[in-house]
Ligand binder design. Sequence first.
Ligand code: NAI
Ligand code: MG
Length: 500
Amino acid sequence: MATLTVDPLVSRRTADFVTQAHRIFIDGRFVESASGKTFPVYNPATGDVITHVPEAEAEDVNRAVLAARRAFDEGPWPRILPSERGRLLWRLADLVEKHLDEFAEIESVDNGKPYSVARVADVPLTVDMFRYMAGWATKISGTTLPLSAGYDFHSYTMREPIGVVGQIIPWNFPLLMAAWKIAPALACGCTLVLKLAEQTPLSGLRLAQLIAEAGFPPGVANVLTGFGEGAGAPLAAHDLVDKIAFTGSTEVGRLIVHAAAGNLKKVSLELGGKSPAIVFPDAKLDEAIAGTASAIFFNQGQCCCAGSRLYAHEKIFDQVVEGVSRAAAEIKMAPGLDPSCQMGPLVSDEQYRKVVGYIESGIAEGAHVAAGGPISGVERGYFVRPTVLTNTNSNMKVVQEEIFGPVVCAVPFGDEDVERIVKRANDTVFGLAASVWTQNISLAHKVARGLRAGTVWVNCHNVFDASLPFGGYKQSGWGREMGAEVLHNYTEVKAVTVAL
Ligand code: NAI
Ligand code: MG
């Protein structure tokens, strides 16, 4: 029987899962952490503790890595028919889909996001990611190469699984981030240890149950709950890990690079952003206003590709700011499971303080608050009102640093030439994403070409698909996730040359 209150609106089944005695998943079994320690999980809409999960530490990481190592070196996974790997990934997709409502509830109570959003975005995108990668399992191939060294050679390449992969994910899309990591690694024939974010461990633990149910061989996918320093750091440093894949802050990305230096394991990183949305005067304004508002406010602004710098031409600047501010004011904030909810709380007290701190620093540096502000007016939970700042300049912290909350800085531009606007948009250490709003096709493509970012959206923002490679230029990361590109993250290339 549940003694903790999860959320008055959550189903009995989900409440039972949330409050159960949780275990980490190592070598195909659910086990306690070696120390027996646990840590609390909070409902961000209330700030209440809803359950506890095991606190994995170095010893647990080591057990999980050894299991993954054995599964890779001696187990069937890298050797079974690719079609069998595809079949299991597809089965996992079916299982997640079967539990769509439950996953959406778990995401909502654990992360705070609207249930309605998790139901149409996080969970279906997760299902799709597993299906898309199930398809790739049978299509990972090399090429034959004509050599200039001589005619009497036959040369070809093979793409082989990179080995044991350590994966560390954040809390903004807990289930989806797990899928972005797990699906391609398994499709390529790797084995893995996934460390979930300490703020949001629950959907990953439910996914581990489905991994067991789907019938993956033991040790192929191991799932840990724990903190960054206690569990993430030993995973990143482990000598028997061949590759580490990380999504999170740029600051921790740097630590991962250092930790990987010991055995020179391969590294891929998906880090922060400060993505521009650029609205030209000929844009369809209604769509640009709705689109740029959702670019920043979607997922409470907790997106690495959030459109947090809004550049609008001076002819339409007031109209755009007014429109986005109106959209901000109309957004209904409520706990994620409340049917009226359009925006939930931020994920944690820490994130709440960080975001409010940025709003206050912007105001102190002279920014004007066109909508929102530091006071949410909601008594409980980590709610921050969607906020629009104007009168900002490029030296302000709010314009340079990733806020990771529902806060946008709107900046006008004049009849400058395209190069200058692009230069301003590129004036950041990040390079993750950008959007361009115009009906002028040639202008759109010109700007897209000039932007130093891994993703450019034209007349849209936050469009994700398993087939689209995603990742960053500059300090936004190394490598790409999703699409065919992600296969490079999880394979090594072997060149074989035969003298005939
Ligand atoms: P974080 O980068 O500290 O955490 C992300 C993951 O890394 C978590 O699983 C965490 O346990 C792990 N981690 C932390 N320290 C580690 C270490 N020394 N070694 C190995 N793993 C470690 O991000 P945090 O603290 O949750 O958020 C801070 C800021 O980072 C946010 O405000 C936001 O600006 C940014 N962020 C960016 C994300 C993205 O998608 N690019 C996602 C989450 C946060
Ligand atoms: Mg951190």
